[in-house]
Design a protein around this ligand. Structure first.
Ligand SMILES: Cc1cc2nc3c(=O)[nH]c(=O)nc-3n(C[C@H](O)[C@H](O)[C@H](O)COP(=O)(O)OP(=O)(O)OC[C@H]3O[C@@H](n4cnc5c(N)ncnc54)[C@H](O)[C@@H]3O)c2cc1C
Length: 309
């Protein structure tokens, strides 16, 4: 996650500034405010701003005049209740804003989450840095044979080296072509005899592993929806790495909502009506087989995995 000395100075200046406020603040989140939390080889997530805390959720749920805080255990119980019963609007009272640096292919998955406000770095206006993602060797895997959307065995030795070489060579060549087409450095033409191509066109030969950046703001309800999909083991490793860093920020920000989220969403299970009947028959002592369960083989396997069988 290489930041330039100027960027580090800007972050330090922000971190060194305090502002008096009557609004609720969260010391654990303040501790890491503006800090770049490293993700992948050159990416990061930074919390830039936030509004609300656990108290804001209960305050909105009770439509209170004051902070709405009773005993911590009561507030926690209410947050658990809201999460369990999908009473989601009180969670929308809290907002968070991130600055994210991420490879373009991760951004393409991320941008599908429409319930957020996004402002991306403009490669029409500015020149993209020569920064591209190269996976760590332990994340280079072959195509899965059982799941068309997943990874199989880790590539080793010569196969891994070949992939890493190809990725690096292609990225470097693409950036060299981009720089040549732009034909400029700090606003000055490198070759005054050549006009250079517009930034908005020159960028098109860059590959999906180049890094982009954006500000991404959302509310806690939609953040949890994003995290439930992207911190899930079915999500691609690269976006999951960002989601996991963001889970850490959520834990600092709204610890009671975070605990409820793990309990009732992330680590909970959703079971179909037929799956529930299978469990009920099993609990009644019946031996149930897939063929007389009413479930497809895939559903059966998923249910058995969920039950640890
Ligand atoms: C493991 C995984 C694999 C995926 N594979 C593919 C794939 O192969 N191809 C592909 O194209 N996408 C794929 N996706 C993306 C997926 O289909 C969703 O687009 C993405 O997860 C965003 O989810 P969302 O729409 O619920 O989120 P958001 O856009 O944040 O929306 C949140 C919720 O708001 C509501 N909402 C928002 N907009 C609308 C609307 N216009 N109409 C109705 N309700 C709305 C819905 O209830 C929605 O769930 C994949 C996602 C995951 C996690």
């Amino acid at each position: 996650m290489p930041l330039t000395p100027e960027q580090e100075q800007e972050i330090a200046a922000e971190r060194g500034t305090s502002r008096p406020t009557r609004r609720a603040t969260v010391p654990a989140l303040e501790e890491i405010l503006y800090e770049a939390l490293p993700v992948l080889d050159r990416g990061f997530v930074r919390v830039i701003d936030y509004m609300g805390d656990d108290g804001a959720i209960v305050q909105a749920a009770r439509v209170s005049y004051g902070r709405g805080t009773r005993r911590v255990s009561e507030d926690r119980g209410l947050i658990n209740y809201l999460m369990r019963h999908r009473h989601t609007t009180p969670f929308e009272m809290c907002e968070i804003k991130y600055h994210v640096k991420l490879p373009i292919f991760v951004a393409r998955q991320w941008i599908r989450h429409r319930t957020a406000n996004v402002n991306e770095y403009s490669a029409r206006y500015s020149i993209l840095d020569n920064e591209f993602y190269i996976p760590a060797p332990e994340h280079l895997a072959a195509q899965a044979t059982t799941n068309r959307q997943g990874r199989g065995d880790i590539l080793e030795g010569e196969a891994a080296r070949r992939v890493l070489d190809l990725l690096r060579e292609d990225s470097e060549r693409a950036y060299a072509g981009y720089a040549a087409m732009l034909n400029e450095e700090a606003g000055t033409p490198l070759d005054p005899a050549w006009p250079g191509l517009a930034r908005e066109l020159a960028r098109m030969n860059l590959s999906l592993n180049f890094y982009t950046q954006w500000y991404w703001k959302t509310d806690l309800h939609n953040l949890m929806h994003f995290l439930s999909l992207r911190a899930d083991p079915h999500a691609q490793y690269e976006i999951r790495a960002y989601a996991e860093a963001m889970l850490g920020t959520m834990q600092r920000w709204v610890p009671s909502a975070y605990a409820a989220f793990l309990e009732y969403r992330m680590n909970a299970a959703s079971i179909s009506a037929t799956g529930l009947k299978v469990i009920q028959r099993m609990l009644a002592g019946e031996t149930v087989e897939q063929k007389d369960s009413g479930l497809s083989l895939r559903e059966w396997r998923e249910l058995m995995a969920m039950l640890g069988r």
